[in-house]
Design a protein around this ligand. Structure first.
Ligand code: ADP
Length: 262
């Protein structure tokens, strides 16, 4: 009779709810699985590129047992560079993988952010000097915040390094630090080549480069900004980019002064 129908309807609704929920999860899993697959494919490709060059260099030397010592010297120099590049990709990948564990192993301590930035700029001054780039730090406040010093330093280093790398001869990089009662704000502005509007939404993706050959030439891996964003997000912060092609680029980072655990 009536009651039986009612039960059927209930069971139907229940089943439908479960199946809808399952389908939703399955769709999300497929998206995750596809991006994981793409990541593995990208990693393999990136690791193979220097390896292919190494193989060509080694084989061509092997094919010329009577080659003059100068040629050996030159090829060994090239080989050493490719090894260095492979090493950089592996190091960046290791940093990125550690940062992917959403907030898992953060080592939070109260840090003086002014000193943290000063240390990074000091390390990057020689690189800036090679192209006569002025590196200026403007600190509006003394900021003390609860951060993972190693991971935040990775983010700041990558931003400042990019500002130098994608700059012009005799250009400038301005780093500014400010804070209010809740957040500290870090700004990295440069007088560099800029980023086309339609590219800015992609630059934080792993292995994404605006100009692949230019990035490779200056020793880029395409992982720097992915590392920076993950490090900032782990601190429950936000990172944004503003750019004017041919004029320069500004990255802004906002991080809570007090660490908020999940
Ligand atoms: P890469 O190792 O190639 O520098 P990143 O992930 O650090 O990789 O940056 C991704 C891409 O974003 C770079 O290849 C470059 O095209 C662009 N980019 C990053 N920072 C800047 C900047 N300050 N000015 C201009 N372009 C930049």
């Amino acid at each position: 009779g009536y009651g039986e129908n009612y039960l059927h309807e209930d069971a139907y609704n229940e089943t439908k709810q479960i199946s809808d929920a399952f389908n939703k999860l399955w769709d999300r899993y497929k998206v995750l699985d596809a991006s994981r697959e793409e990541f593995v494919a990208n990693v393999s490709h990136e690791l193979k590129t220097p390896l292919t060059s190494m193989k060509v260099l080694a084989d061509s030397l092997l094919a010329q047992p009577e080659a003059p010592v100068e040629l050996y010297q030159e090829f060994m120099g090239d080989l050493s560079q490719e090894i260095e590049r492979e090493n950089k990709i592996i190091n960046d990948l290791l940093s990125l993988v550690k940062l992917d564990k959403r907030g898992a192993n953060l080592n939070i301590k109260s840090e003086n952010i002014n000193e943290l930035v000063e240390r990074i700029l000091k390390r990057l001054r020689p690189l800036a000097a090679t192209r006569n780039i002025e590196l200026v730090f403007e600190s509006f406040r003394t900021v003390s915040a609860e951060v993972d010093e190693v991971k935040l330093s990775l983010a700041v280093t990558n931003l400042v390094e990019n500002a130098v790398k994608y700059n012009k001869e005799d250009g400038w990089v301005h780093v500014a630090l400010n804070a209010d009662h809740k957040y500290f704000y870090l700004k990295v502005a440069d007088s560099g080549i800029g980023i086309p509007k339609e590219e800015t939404e992609h630059i934080f993706e792993r292995f994404y480069r605006v100009d692949k050959s230019h990035s490779r030439e200056i020793g880029g891996t395409g992982l720097g900004l992915a590392i920076a964003r993950n490090a900032v997000v782990m601190h429950r912060g936000a990172i944004k980019v503003y750019s004017e092609p041919g004029e320069g680029t500004t990255f802004t980072v906002r991080i809570p002064l007090t660490y908020i655990s999940q």
